[in-house]
Design a binder for this molecule. Sequence first.
Ligand code: SAM
Ligand code: SF4
Length: 331
Amino acid sequence: MRVNFLQVLRDNHGRVINYLRLAVTDRCNLRCFYCMPEHGLDWLSRTDLLSYEEMLRICTLLVKNGISKIRITGGEPFVRKDIMSFIAALSTLNGLHELTITTNGVLTAPFIPELKKYGLRSVNLSLDTLDRNKFLAITRRDELPAVLNTLEQLLHHGIEVKLNAVVMDGKNTDDIIPLVQLTKDLPLSVRFIEEMPFNGSGNTMTAPQWNHIKILETITNQHPGISKLADPPYSTAYNYHIPGHKGTIGIIAAYSRSFCGTCNRIRITPQGMLKTCLYDNGVLSIRDLVRAGNTDEQITTQLTNAINHRAKNGFEAEQNSVHESMAAIGG
Ligand code: SAM
Ligand code: SF4
């Protein structure tokens, strides 16, 4: 009999950690106003960024120690040169059960068959509105047709789509119902996300008026038959279904932080900082450990030690931290 010794990584609060969100770049071809200023960010230099070799080494160590899901994010992953070779290399990691990506969809469509070849079964696509003018106002780029083409191609190739929309006071709240309407004929999950204070201008945001309660009320007013679905393990979304619709709806209380008790994720930023909470400032420079010549064992010890000092929730983590751009974190 073959015994499979499954490595389980837990934090100091007993939560399983099995999910890594890896931001491969801070650069982006859009300028979503909730994520970064119109002129962009002070982009990281190439030497500041983790190289693909460094990322692969770190991912290999983490997968050996219990990470079974990796999401590639950014910035926009497809603006980093040779991203597909990196995805190909990651897809061969033994013990990695799920590899996925979050993208704005502008450059994504041509890569879909190759993504499928590397075993990607689902993609998170960010789309806050179906109106071209509003898309331009929110992202400061006129790219809605390219994003819609990506959506169509993903569905055509049988890739599961989670369509993520940030709900912004006074900007796209009229888009909630049209986005919900997509679930009538399309087999996708439309997820509404509370706006978070990560627009690259520091701690300037108060609690969003459009929180998860108000979003659900708005949908329920239009669709009183909406029903709650069982949420999958570690889900950050409350999931719902409207009778007769092919797709589902999710609401993510990202600002209200109602899901910290089961949070299974860690993040690595483009310059190699480990974040054990979205709301912390980064707790360990893995890049510096790697570049200082540490062995795999030494790096693993530091990583597990950081995970053993994890904040209990996002409110504890954000004390003394300064909110940066989401593009420098990965969402
Ligand atoms: N560029 C890719 C994209 O937009 O899908 C990946 C990176 S982006 C930082 C990841 C996710 O973070 C996107 O779904 C985006 O909408 C979300 N996001 C960015 N800034 C946010 C904010 N201030 N509040 C809530 N979500 C945000
Ligand atoms: Fe770019 Fe994504 Fe940030 Fe928009 S949310 S500016 S697409 S990184």
